[in-house]
Design a protein around this ligand. Sequence first.
Ligand code: 3HC
Length: 296
Amino acid sequence: MSEQIGPIAVLGAGTMGHGIAQCFASIGAAVRLYDVDLPRAEKGRAQIRAVLDKVVAKGKMAAERADGIVGLVNPTADVATAVTGARWVIEAAPEDMQLKVDLLGKVKAAAPADAILGSNTSSLSITELGARVGAADRVIGLHFFNPPPVMELLEIVRGVSTSAATIAAAESMAKAIGKTSILVNDAPGFATSRLGVILGCEAMRMLESGVAGVVDIDRAMELGYRHPMGPLKLTDLVGLDVRLAILDHLTREIGEQFRAPPILRRLVRAGHLGKKTGRGFYVWTPEGPRLPMAGE
Ligand code: 3HC
């Protein structure tokens, strides 16, 4: 199956991109991992190495297998190198339509004419992306969840002109990488982000209005509803900037119920983007998340 799938190009080596690359390398597919400069692309591969080192240390994977997975990931800072001969291209660039259009425009010029162009967007319109790139039949939403190697869902988003063949290929690709897929029509925030951000948003409003503290709001959902993580911790994991971009988009497209709480905008302006910067609602230490100390 990996031969039918590979080679894959993943564009963007950040939080989601390197995890998506790991999903494909884990089934033996060759992955080109692109980012705007080589150090960023190499950092993505180093993050896969770090995750797998922990799995090996726990005795849950042989060191040779981890080496094999990492060895299938080739970092590059050149779009054409990434996509030449690729059957699948998955962009995991920041949540900005123009940026994604420009990136997939470059891809279209260099990738095979029948390559499937997937977008890991959390909320933006697949229909618009496909139309603006000029390849609407083969542009599709492939929405992964953080951390991609662990989370079971792949949300497949069908744009108005995405072809039946592209959808069928995406569904069988999902199976090949061990995911369960859902098929959703193109709508702002799809099925997942639209529901997920509203919980996070309400948690922030509750924090702002003094209903409870960060830990207690999270525990309410962890222990009372068996969510694996409370909504504020999850916002830290996803990235505060990512959630803010989704909320701004959903406010424009759907309405005021998605208006971002001031605390979110303030933390983003301060550069506190969550786990990836070491601080969001929590301070992230090697031992795990803790609350910021007074004056910190
Ligand atoms: N690669 C491979 N394995 C990994 C991994 C990775 N990147 N990250 C964690 N793991 C493995 C660990 O090795 C561990 O394996 P084990 O059980 O065999 O030892 C297992 O996953 C669980 O990890 P941990 O023990 O470190 O921690 P937890 O048990 O607390 O689980 C979690 C961590 C999986 C993140 C869990 O807390 C969780 O499910 N949280 C909710 C995540 C979620 O909701 N994600 C969706 C966010 S929304 C999104 O992404 C959409 C986007 O568009 C914004």
